[in-house]
Design a protein around this ligand. Structure first.
Ligand SMILES: Cc1cc2nc3c(=O)[nH]c(=O)nc-3n(C[C@H](O)[C@H](O)[C@H](O)COP(=O)(O)OP(=O)(O)OC[C@H]3O[C@@H](n4cnc5c(N)ncnc54)[C@H](O)[C@@H]3O)c2cc1C
Length: 595
């Protein structure tokens, strides 16, 4: 490493270290205050486990539109407003606000990572994974939603719900800061005859729409009054039952207590942890539960059908000049001023500036998504991002550190509808032990073929006049481990994808929604866990398949549909019944509609 790169590494490392110390201080302050000041009732109408995208949305609507009592139990801490600066998002990966999960060693993937394990970042913080995500908002193809509910809701109904969420829940905005690359990529796409889109699920390219409010990260948790409804740093161990009815939850820490729910427990702990909580509670595959001496309450395929959007493409594109934010731009006082006072500038960057959807089979629906980021992981000289992905030393030295003299960009090629499916299994009845996560990435050959076609499409994009004009060229350095293959041949691409396998952190499917008589279903199309009363799962885990794009909007949509049809409807019915015996006081308090 040259002296200048060494100096850069030193400066970046000091900054990142300082941020980590700050993060720890915030965490411990919050932990101590929550242990000292958290007040709990022993019984509520509803208990919501997890304050992520789904849990917070449901909680917000219950608080705003009903008189039901409820509590949200969140294993992570509250974080700090500095953690909401979009450009700092990646710094929370691998922090105390990340569950720090990883895959088991993969047979066909993740070879460039230590022990062939890919990192599986998931938020352990009030707001869940959306506090760590890239904020890209993609609605995806509505027909998937109709399929998930087996036709129970029409396309029109889903569209109405999205419109409702756009007007009443989401804060969406165009990106507030973009590099030269954005326009060049759109022009390149046009050169290749792709459409420029104004909707996100057709074939073509579009600048990212992001979940930001005035340049700041926005998540569904911002709608919720935290101090009143959320207990942070509370790890739910398992569910409590009376025969086949779920009656509450057992909390493991900060102290062992039981909380009860009269009307229902809503598990919104995310794709890995919802499966874990159900399995710890005796709902899951019998052989697994028997092997851990957990009494089987209901045999269901909990933990199966794990799917994820994976792909490749880190630092695949190089430039002689910087296209975008440099690490030092983040510290520039003018940029800090712009962020805090105008909600603009490099600190608002979500990373991904352009998304593209293509079909490798010439169909009208996409099978691949591109996410274009104007920086690569070599930009921080190995001080952080490399560690967050656990890239092996040898790979770093032979590949990423060889391009320090250039400026890299990332054209992530992501498989939208993988055929490979994996599983999540608890390995102990101790709730503090992480589950074994085996996504079986690339176990289906078709998945490799589709991603390889995407990499070839990236090469075509880079060869367009528009991208050549800004100095883009493909990184032709053979990837370590694949040197024996002719570069960009099919064998080379297969090797490259198996080595540099990247997840976009979109796991779904472990508590699959489906028809009650299917042996694949865990919840029915009303989100009820099959065979158990008063227990619902609502989060990414219920999605039976992946949507055609980033999944946060789809998860929010599921939560919205759950609220509308399970809670709001029930509440309206109760109000109607009680309003038949209306009192003057209720009329004054507007509990009942005026007749
Ligand atoms: C790094 C990253 C980048 C991403 N980028 C994008 C993007 O750009 N666009 C997009 O659309 N999607 C993106 N996603 C995906 C999206 O953000 C998530 O899929 C979504 O937020 C998941 O919502 P959820 O409600 O299912 O779970 P989560 O948001 O993960 O919420 C689960 C919550 O439950 C809590 N919990 C878990 N177990 C327990 C327990 N035992 N007791 C108490 N609490 C518990 C967790 O701490 C967490 O807060 C990204 C995800 C990640 C991780």
């Amino acid at each position: 490493m040259s002296p200048i790169h060494l100096l850069q590494l030193l400066i970046f490392s000091v900054c990142i270290y300082s941020f980590s110390v700050f993060t720890y201080l915030v965490f411990y302050y919050d932990l101590i205050s929550s242990v000292l000041f958290n007040e709990v009732q022993s019984e509520y109408d509803f208990i919501i486990v997890g304050s992520g995208t789904a849990g917070s949305l449901i909680a917000h609507r219950i608080a705003k539109e009903t008189n039901y009592t409820f509590i949200v139990l969140e294993a992570g801490g509250r974080g700090h407003p500095f953690h909401d600066i979009p450009a700092f998002g990646p710094l929370l990966h691998q922090s105390i606000f990340d569950w720090n999960y990883e895959t088991v060693p993969q047979e066909n993937a993740c070879f460039a990572m230590e022990k062939a394990k890919c990192k599986l970042t998931q938020g352990k913080i009030f707001g869940g994974s959306s506090k760590l995500n890239n904020m890209v908002h993609v609605q995806g193809n509505i027909s998937h939603y109709v399929e998930w509910f087996h036709g129970k809701y029409t396309k029109n109904y889903i569209e109405e719900q999205f419109n409702y969420m756009k007007s009443n829940i989401f804060h969406l905005s165009n990106i507030q800061y973009e590099s030269n690359l954005s326009d060049a990529v759109l022009k390149a796409a046009e050169e290749l005859n792709f459409n420029l889109l104004d909707k996100d699920f057709e074939i073509g390219f579009i600048k990212s729409l992001v979940t930001q409010n005035n340049g700041k990260r926005w998540t569904t948790s911002y709608n919720l009054e935290t101090s009143k409804y959320v207990l942070t740093n509370v790890l739910v161990e398992k569910l409590l039952f009376n025969d086949s009815t779920c009656v509450g939850v057992q909390i493991h820490s900060p102290k062992k207590i039981k909380l009860f729910a009269k009307k229902g427990v809503i598990v919104s702990a995310g794709t890995f942890n919802s499966a874990k909580i159900l399995q710890l509670s005796g709902i899951g595959p019998k052989t697994l539960l028997d092997s851990l001496d957990i009494t089987v309450r209901k045999e269901l395929p909990v933990g199966n059908n794990l799917q994820d959007h994976i792909g490749t493409g880190l630092d695949l594109v190089l430039f002689n000049n910087a296209q975008s934010v440099q690490m030092f731009d983040i510290m520039n006082p003018w940029n800090v001023f712009q962020y805090f006072f105008k909600g603009r500038g490099p600190l608002t960057t979500p990373g991904c500036e352009v998304v593209g959807f293509i079909s490798t089979k010439n169909e009208t629906t996409p099978d691949l998504q591109f996410m274009v980021l104007p920086v690569g992981i070599s930009a921080d000289r190995g001080s952080y991002l490399r560690k967050a992905l656990r890239i092996k030393d040898s790979v770093w030295k032979k590949y990423f550190s060889q391009i320090f003299d250039k400026h890299s960009a990332t054209f992530l090629t992501l498989l939208l509808h993988p055929k490979s499916k994996g599983e999540v299994r608890i390995q102990s009845s101790d709730p503090t032990v992480p589950p074994l996560i085996d996504p079986k990435y690339l176990s289906h050959k078709d998945d490799i073929r589709t991603i390889a076609n995407g990499v070839l499409m990236t090469r075509k994009l880079i060869e367009t006049e528009s991208l050549k004009a800004i100095g883009a060229h493909i990184n032709n350095l053979p990837f370590p481990g694949c040197e024996n293959f002719e570069i960009f041949s099919h064998l080379y691409l297969e090797c490259y994808i198996k080595h540099l396998t990247l997840t976009s952190y979109h796991p779904v499917g472990t508590c699959t929604m489906g028809l009650p008589d299917s042996n694949k279903s865990v919840v029915d199309t009303s989100f009820r866990v099959l065979g158990i009363d008063n227990l619902y799962v609502v989060d990414g885990s219920v999605l039976p398949t992946l949507p055609s794009g980033n999944i946060n909007a789809a998860i929010a949509m599921m939560a919205n549909i759950f609220f509308e049809n399970n809670i709001k409807q029930r509440y309206s019915m109760n109000i109607k019944i009680s309003c038949d015996k209306i009192t003057f006081k209720e009329l004054v308090q507007k509990v009942c509609p005026v007749r």
